[in-house]
Design a protein around this ligand. Structure first.
Ligand SMILES: Nc1ncnc2c1ncn2[C@@H]1O[C@H](COP(=O)(O)OP(=O)(O)O)[C@@H](O)[C@H]1O
Ligand SMILES: [Mg+2]
Length: 412
C-alpha cells in the first residue's frame, strides 16, 4: 500500500509503464469500490482477501461477502472489474467469492458503525455522494457551461449538488451561477479549526453548494496571485476544509488539460467518475482522448461523454454543423463510454453563463432539454450503482444478530 500511495502522490500512474500492476497496487485501486450499505470501501472493510497477478495479465481477487447470496455481489463485481480492467495489460479479472465467518461479520459491522458515527472521513465529501469531474483535454469546449447546467438540472430535479470549481486560476463558476459572495468560515462541531461553508442557492426542491477560488479573491484579476499556489493543494483544501454537509452529487469543474489535478483526485477521491466534454471537431476529440487516457492511467472511471456545440439551428430551422460532426460519438466509441448527450450551440447557453442563470433553469430550448436529459441519465446511473434491493435488511437480519450474540456471549 505504501508503494502505491507513493506512486500516486508523486504523480505517476501506478504500474502503468508497460508493467503489470502489483497486488498492492490492485489493493489500493479496490479502495475505490464502496459497499454502499456498509458505507466504506471493500478493502478497509476487510472484504478483500488474496490478490494474485499472473504474468499473462490474469488477476485473481478473493472477495468475502457478509452473506453469500447478497444481491450486491453483481454490483461489487462490476465495480471491481471497471476499476481494475482499465489497465491495458490486464486480460482478465476473476473473483473468488467467499463468505465471512460470524466473527468477521461482527468485525465488519463494528467498523461500519464506527465509520458512520465516530470516525471523520478522510475528505469532507459524504461517502454516498456521487462525485463527477467534468474534464476535457483543452479549454473553451464548454466544461464550465456543462458543469453549471448539469448542477442546475440535478438540483432542479430535487438533489443537493455540490459544485467545486477546480479551475483555480481560470475560475468562472461564481459568475456563471450568479453567486459572487465571499466564502465564510465557521466553527463546526467535531472540527478543531474553522471550516469553509459553501455558498448556497436553493433551486426548487434542490440546493446548490458552491466553492471556488473566485469566492476567496477580490476579483478575477487577483486570481493571478494564486499562480504560486499548488493546484492540487487548493483542490485538496476544498475537499478537506469545506463543510459540505449532505450532498447527493459533487460536480468538479476541472481546469483545462490533464495531469496534476486529475492525479490528485485519483489519490484523494478515487471514486470520482469523469465526464469528458468534447466538441464535434476532430481536433477537440483527439485532445479529449488524452483526458480519457489520463483517466485510465489514474484508474478513474469515465461516466460518459458529452458533445458540446454540436450544431447551430437558425430561426428557419436549418441546422449547421459549425464545428464538424461525429467527435462525441467517435470519442465515446473509442474509449468504450456512453455518449450522454449532444448540446447544440445556442446563444442562451452563453447568455445564461453571463447572467448567472444557467439555461437549464429557465429555458425550454433544445440545449436546456438536453441538459435535463443528461441529468436524468446520470441519476439513473447512480441509482443503478447503489441498487441494493433485497439486501437492505442485511444489517438487521444478519450482522446485528451476530453482533448481539457475541455481545451477549461476552456479557454472560
Ligand atoms: N452550447 C453552447 N452554445 C453557445 N455557447 C456556448 C456553448 N457552450 C459553451 N459556450 C460558450 O463558450 C465559451 C466557453 O465555454 P466554457 O464553458 O467557459 O468552456 P471551458 O470551461 O471548457 O473553458 C463561453 O463563452 C460559453 O458561454
Ligand atoms: Mg471553464
Amino acid at each position: 500500500m505504501a508503494s502505491a500511495d507513493k506512486n500516486l502522490s508523486e504523480g505517476t500512474a501506478p504500474g502503468f509503464e508497460g508493467t503489470l500492476p502489483s497486488p498492492e497496487t490492485i489493493r489500493h485501486l479496490l479502495r475505490a469500490v464502496i459497499d454502499p450499505e456498509l458505507g466504506d470501501n471493500i478493502v478497509d472493510l476487510g472484504m478483500v482477501g488474496d490478490i494474485s497477478v499472473s504474468p499473462e495479465g490474469l488477476i485473481r481477487i478473493g472477495v468475502k461477502l457478509t452473506i453469500k447470496g447478497c444481491p450486491l455481489r453483481a454490483q461489487i463485481k462490476k465495480d471491481i472489474e471497471s476499476r481494475v480492467k482499465t489497465h491495458p495489460l490486464i486480460t482478465k479479472v476473476s473473483i473468488d467469492w467467499g463468505e465471512m465467518t460470524p466473527e468477521e461479520r461482527t468485525a465488519v459491522m463494528t467498523r461500519a458503525r464506527w465509520n458512520a458515527k465516530e470516525q471523520a472521513p478522510a475528505t469532507q465529501v459524504p461517502i454516498n455522494a456521487r462525485v463527477l469531474a467534468i474534464a476535457s483535454g483543452k479549454g473553451g469546449v464548454g466544461k464550465s457551461s456543462v458543469t453549471v447546467n448539469l448542477a442546475a438540472a440535478l438540483a432542479a430535479q430535487g438533489n443537493t449538488v455540490g459544485v467545486l470549481d477546480a479551475d483555480i486560476w481560470g475560475f468562472s463558476i461564481p459568475r456563471m451561477l450568479g453567486m459572487p459572495d465571499r466564502l465564510q468560515a465557521e466553527k463546526v462541531d467535531g472540527h478543531e479549526k474553522p471550516m469553509i461553508i459553501p455558498n448556497e442557492r436553493v433551486l426548487g426542491n434542490g440546493v446548490l453548494k458552491v466553492v471556488s477560488t473566485g469566492m476567496l479573491v477580490e476579483d478575477e484579476g487577483t486570481a493571478l496571485m494564486w499562480r504560486g499556489l499548488m493546484l492540487t493543494k487548493a483542490v485538496e483544501q476544498f475537499l478537506h476544509d469545506v463543510h459540505w454537509g449532505h450532498l447527493d452529487y459533487l460536480l468538479i469543474d476541472m481546469p483545462p488539460g490533464t495531469g496534476d489535478v486529475q492525479m490528485g483526485l485519483a489519490r484523494m477521491l478515487p471514486r470520482t467518475d469523469l465526464i469528458i466534454v468534447t466538441t464535434p471537431a476532430v481536433s477537440a476529440q483527439k485532445v479529449a482522448i488524452r483526458a480519457a487516457d489520463m483517466a485510465q492511467r489514474s484508474f478513474l472511471r469515465v461516466a460518459g461523454v458529452i458533445e458540446n456545440m454540436t450544431s447551430f439551428e437558425c430561426d428557419h430551422g436549418n441546422s449547421y454543423a459549425l464545428f464538424g460532426t461525429g467527435g462525441g460519438t467517435t470519442l465515446a466509441n473509442e474509449i468504450g463510454a456512453e455518449l450522454l448527450g449532444q448540446i447544440p450551440i445556442e446563444a442562451t447557453v452563453s447568455l445564461g453563463g453571463d447572467t448567472g442563470e444557467p439555461v437549464a433553469l429557465h429555458n425550454t430550448g433544445k440545449a436546456a432539454i438536453e441538459f435535463h436529459n443528461i441529468a436524468r441519465k446520470l441519476i439513473a446511473q447512480t441509482i443503478a450503482q447503489s441498487e441494493m434491493s433485497g439486501c437492505s435488511a442485511r444489517i438487521e437480519e444478519v450482522a446485528v444478530p451476530v453482533a448481539v450474540r457475541s455481545r451477549t456471549e461476552t456479557s454472560s
